[in-house]
Design a protein around this ligand. Structure first.
Ligand SMILES: Cc1cc2nc3c(=O)[nH]c(=O)nc-3n(C[C@H](O)[C@H](O)[C@H](O)COP(=O)(O)OP(=O)(O)OC[C@H]3O[C@@H](n4cnc5c(N)ncnc54)[C@H](O)[C@@H]3O)c2cc1C
Ligand code: FES
Length: 235
């Protein structure tokens, strides 16, 4: 069990929880979180928003019983963390765009920090799409070269794919699909990576609940992903 250090409302239905955990989690990986004994039956997958190696921060949106329960937790309470799971985003260099929609912005914060630390000469632009109140924009601005915020529109309209060598995205599947198609339609050379946040049960590759059909066969989002190449999923 891990001790909760902070759990606060950030904006609308979005909360940030900080938990004690020795970890080397990377951007795009996730934990299975559980803060109840019996019901709901399953742990909930939540991406690593940030880590300093001793603590992990999670940005979560309240959508149902599990995430609603998370909001009741106070500093000093305990939570079961299982992970980190998944492959995370690959390393990348050059002109990089990170594109997030809604709670899909969560894994991009740590990812941007890692990329800038490893490759200070690379350019990391972040595109954040919100349907409601924008949030954490100043935090993202500290990690990236440029942050573009879209409120109430289509964040995919803001990006010109031909400017980039690599595009990494997380958010609603339709947003990622439109972005991938835009890359194809503009003949962009950018390599595209998408994070597939399918519903999960075990989180460790055993139950196949999270299976998605790809051009390279069926893949488990929890074990083979959640990060996959755009062409595999949308090509
Ligand atoms: C790899 C991965 C990383 C994720 N990272 C984050 C994160 O950083 N922050 C965050 O807030 N959420 C994240 N999610 C989604 C999160 O796991 C779900 O929102 C959560 O499990 C819902 O639990 P609940 O009990 O509150 O809602 P439930 O009662 O289980 O569901 C409520 C509603 O949410 C929908 N829902 C449930 N799971 C998902 C899902 N995976 N994708 C889309 N809709 C879903 C259901 O269809 C239903 O309409 C991630 C999911 C995956 C697979
Ligand atoms: S959630 Fe069980 S195999 Fe992915």
């Amino acid at each position: 069990m891990a001790v909760i250090l902070q759990n606060r409302l950030v904006a609308d239905d979005f909360w940030m929880m900080q938990v004690e955990a020795d970890t080397a989690a990377a951007g795009g990986q996730f934990y299975m979180l559980r803060a109840w004994e019996q019901y709901p039956v399953l742990s909930r997958p939540i991406s690593v928003f940030d880590t300093d190696g001793k603590t992990v921060r999670f940005l979560y949106k309240v959508v149902g019983q599990g995430t609603e329960h998370f909001t009741t937790l106070k500093p000093g309470d305990q939570i079961k963390l299982d992970g980190p799971h998944g492959n995370g985003f690959p390393d990348a260099q050059g002109n990089i765009a990170l594109v997030g929609g809604g709670v899909g912005i969560a894994p991009l914060y740590l990812l941007a920090k890692e990329l800038k630390k490893r490759h200070p000469d690379s350019t990391v632009d972040i595109y954040l799409g919100f349907s409601g109140q924008p949030m954490l924009v100043e935090e993202y601005e500290k990690t990236a070269d440029r942050v573009t915020v879209n409120v109430g529109g289509f964040v995919t309209d803001d990006i010109d794919p031909i400017q980039y060598d690599v595009i990494m995205t997380c958010g609603p599947e339709i947003m990622m699909k439109v972005l991938y198609k835009k890359c194809v339609d503009t003949s962009a050379k950018a390599k595209v990576y998408v994070s597939m946040e399918n519903r999960m049960a075990c989180g460790i590759g055993a139950c196949l609940v999270c299976t998605c059909k790809t051009k390279s066969g069926n893949k488990r989002a929890c074990k083979d992903g959640p990060v996959m190449e755009g062409w595999e999923v949308f090509g």
